[in-house]
Design a protein around this ligand. Structure first.
Ligand code: ADP
Ligand code: MG
Length: 470
């Protein structure tokens, strides 16, 4: 745990002459020992002391949503921490909503958290988390996504307790899948044996249809979903118009809800706009907490790029980052794609990254940002097979001939970069390959584009062709 300035409770018992600031710092030090880091950082540390008198301590909070959470979960701990710091029996704490100017920046610019905790509690008996970059620590919080972030955190920490189901909706590339995986990762970190299931809703549908078609064990199907404390259904807009599946989904939803398992749903639109969704499912979705994620403002986009640069250890001056951030408004995946293009180019030609270089590398792409649409895996496969003049079945097949393997790896990489699909789903589109194979391919291509100019050029051309096809 990070070092924090702590006013020792023993030495404060006789000192009533601590300043408000010292009292608050002391209380925070105690709270930090008790509350897990992501919750502490996002919920407790943005609070501030408004006033303190003999009986009452008034604490400020930025909005009523967070106020509810603090009231329900942390008020007692805060009171105890303040009382201990003051060396007093008990002091009453009340919350008041107002807006201090510096809060949003602080949250957005937060330092990455220490990793120690993860080593103490490795996740057990659970699905592998396909990508460790999808964590709360790596999620940059800004005005556009802070409610979704806080609500996701609450689910991970107190599954089944409030806001069940949680329905997160928003355009493509805005961080929904990231948050869902972060819930899984964090819940497994703080509660080692908790069972958490992440599922792409389209896979749920395929799985159900396969169960019916091949007369598989229906109970086993149900159990896969029901025996979990948290179930994360990604992209539930896929339920649109699938009647039998909707009925099954409804049953499973109700069973989970009745057993106080937490259900989290993501969608690219609100429930009312999902076509042919049954009324009963819609009203279930609307019966919990619905939160939208909006496109990030410039500051948040910049913070995301800074964090990426830090994470990958690349040196990019601020003006160059601002240039990239100003060019992509409504899709963080595209923003990251631009960033990767720049770092790949720098690696390939061993050049320093500066504003001029960034402007010239991104020149061709700036008018081709795909906005809020993303291509399908099929589109990518078709374009890649056309480009390398091979057939789609060769692309997804088993042949290990060198040119086919390379085309296959490049298409998996492009699917990863340009679509919403998970590694597992991409693997299924490539002849049922495992998610680790997909991950390996992506890593391979990432390193090839930094070393070989022809691969760099091919990936750039393919990306442009795919974006132009939208
Ligand atoms: P969605 O599921 O909404 O389409 P994703 O969760 O797949 O979007 O996000 C697209 C990419 O953008 C991912 O690589 C994700 O890590 C990144 N991303 C999205 N939001 C944030 C954020 N707030 N901070 C950091 N990275 C983000
Ligand atoms: Mg997604």
């Amino acid at each position: 745990m990070a070092e924090q300035h702590v006013v020792d409770a023993a030495t404060t018992s006789s000192s009533y002459n601590l300043s408000g600031e010292q009292v608050w710092e002391g209380a925070l030090g105690l709270l930090q020992k008790e509350i897990p880091a992501p919750s502490f950082n996002s919920i407790i540390s943005p609070l501030w002391l408004v006033s303190l008198d003999e009986e009452t301590c008034t604490v400020g909070v930025i909005n009523s949503f967070l106020k509810d959470i603090v009231e329900a979960r942390y008020l007692e701990s805060i009171s105890t921490a303040i009382s201990k710091t003051l060396g007093r029996e008990s002091i009453k704490t009340v919350l008041t909503v107002s807006s201090p100017p510096q809060i949003v920046e602080e949250v957005a610019a937060r330092e990455p958290l220490k990793e120690e905790k993860r080593e103490i509690f490795p996740p057990k008996n659970n699905q592998p988390i396909p990508c460790k970059k999808y964590t709360f620590e790596n999620f940059v919080v800004g005005d556009s996504n802070k409610f979704a972030y806080s609500a996701a955190l609450m689910v991970a920490e107190f599954p089944g307790q409030t806001y069940n189901p949680l329905f997160i909706y928003g355009g493509t590339g805005l961080g929904k899948t990231h948050l869902l995986y972060a819930i899984q990762d964090y819940a497994q970190t703080i509660t080692p044996n908790i069972r958490v299931k992440y599922i792409q809703t389209s896979r749920f549908i395929d799985d159900f249809i396969a169960t019916l078609t091949f007369k598989r064990d229906k109970e086993a199907f149900d159990r896969k979903y029901i025996d979990n404390k948290i179930v994360l259904f990604d992209d539930v807009q896929a339920l649109s118009g699938t009647d039998a599946t909707q009925a099954k989904f409804f049953d499973i939803f109700n069973l989970l809800h009745a057993s106080e398992s937490h259900i989290v749903l993501s969608s690219d639109r609100p429930p009312a706009e999902i076509p042919q969704l049954s009324d009963r499912i819609r009203s279930r979705f609307e019966g919990g907490l619905m939160i939208d994620i909006k496109p990030p403002d410039l500051e948040t986009r910049l913070a995301i790029l800074r964090k990426k640069a830090d994470y990958e250890g690349v040196d990019i001056p601020d003006d160059a980052l601002i240039y990239i951030a100003s060019k992509v408004q409504d899709n963080i995946r595209t923003l990251e794609g631009f960033f990767h293009r720049v770092t790949a180019y720098a690696g390939l030609y061993s050049t320093k990254i500066d504003l001029n270089m960034v402007q010239s590398v991104l020149k061709d792409q700036l008018n081709e940002s795909p906005g809020s649409k993303s291509p399908s895996v099929e589109t990518i496969q078709n374009i890649v097979s056309g480009y390398y003049q091979i057939s789609p079945s060769e692309l997804t097949g088993k042949s290990r001939s060198r040119n086919l393997v390379q085309a296959r790896q490049i298409s998996m990489y492009l699917c990863r970069e340009l679509t919403d699909e998970t590694l597992m789903a991409i693997g299924l589109h490539f002849g049922g390959r495992d998610h680790s194979t997909v991950l390996h391919s992506c890593k391979k291509v990432e390193s090839m584009i930094k070393q070989k100019s022809d691969i760099y050029r091919q990936v750039a051309e393919l990306t442009n062709m795919i974006n132009r096809s939208l």
